[in-house]
Design a protein around this ligand. Sequence first.
Ligand SMILES: [Zn+2]
Length: 381
Amino acid sequence: MGTSLLIARLFGIPVRLHWTFLLLAVWLVSTHYSFGGTINWADMGWTLASVTALFLCVLLHELGHALTARRYGVNTQKILLLPIGGLAMLDRLPDKPPQEMWVAAAGPLANLALAFVLLPVILLMPGNNLETILGYWLYPNGNYFIHDASRFEYLLVGLVALNVLVALFNLIPAFPMDGGRIFRALLSTRWPRLQATTIAVRTGQAIAIVLVALSIPSFNWLMALAAAFIFFSAAFELNMIREDHLLKNKTVGDAARYSFTKIYTTDVLGEIDDVFRYKTKDEYLFVFDEWNNFVGVLDGAVMLAAINENETSYVTRVMAAKLLHPPSLTLDDKLHDVLQVLSDTDWKLLPVSDRNGKLVAVINTKIITYYLRQTKWGLFR
Ligand SMILES: [Zn+2]
């Protein structure tokens, strides 16, 4: 996702600002820069205040998600603020559908709550009533709200409208918008998770297509972009759930590759040069002793350096300092757990043993991904 700046830590959650915010700053200055070369600082100050207020609303929305998730024991790694909106990165989704529903709903609800707090504040200011405010929202260029309203009042009125809009937009039942997640959670009470997700995703994609169709005649590219985003992230989410479903009942033996590069402690480096350079693309070479017992692995890059240094040397010499001992898996291990091990550690290739402890296969994320790509087609056959 690129570089971001830590701007605050709220309730123990790091809040980060994405670097693309710089673009927003450039835009902000450029809109207030006239040809004469002067900048209207007062206008810019108010624009800056509006943009800041907007992002505080987005932050509030994400905090709604994060703090509700915390109630269900789910930690939030960080909240990322992008010019296109916010992102609360949860460690995982809560286990039960009603919990997921509340976590999803808490974001829009936080915005609605703020709107309901701000509205009476505006109404208490002299000269304001619900009619003028509604009129101003519906016809911003009309004659409503024309008493001597201060910029501050306009900002508040704008914020109320904005929070209502943000809430409504997020409640569109299109996955992966919050509304889509609520929809999926409701479906999950009747159907299995995979089916519920498929229905929610397809519904979301249908809505996205309608939105694109609506946005083209009016040249509303922002809406078209948002719709395209919904369409593709829905597909991505479905893919993830499908992989999860596939992984659930699969073992290492299903996905592992039953060929790997075998070398012996007694090999002369010059002899294995060819095998290594032309016949394998593996990250590790698997080392066996003269009784055919697996003793460990050597990193390909380390071997290449050793070969270049001294072709007449033996594998044993390299091993002395560089032999690695990755954790050994068995054919019956759950594929799901192995993916976790691979993503938590730096091992590039893990050895897999049969029930007798004999090394028979290897596995890594690339091999699993390849396997999943092959199997996915079978799912709806
Ligand atoms: Zn949200």
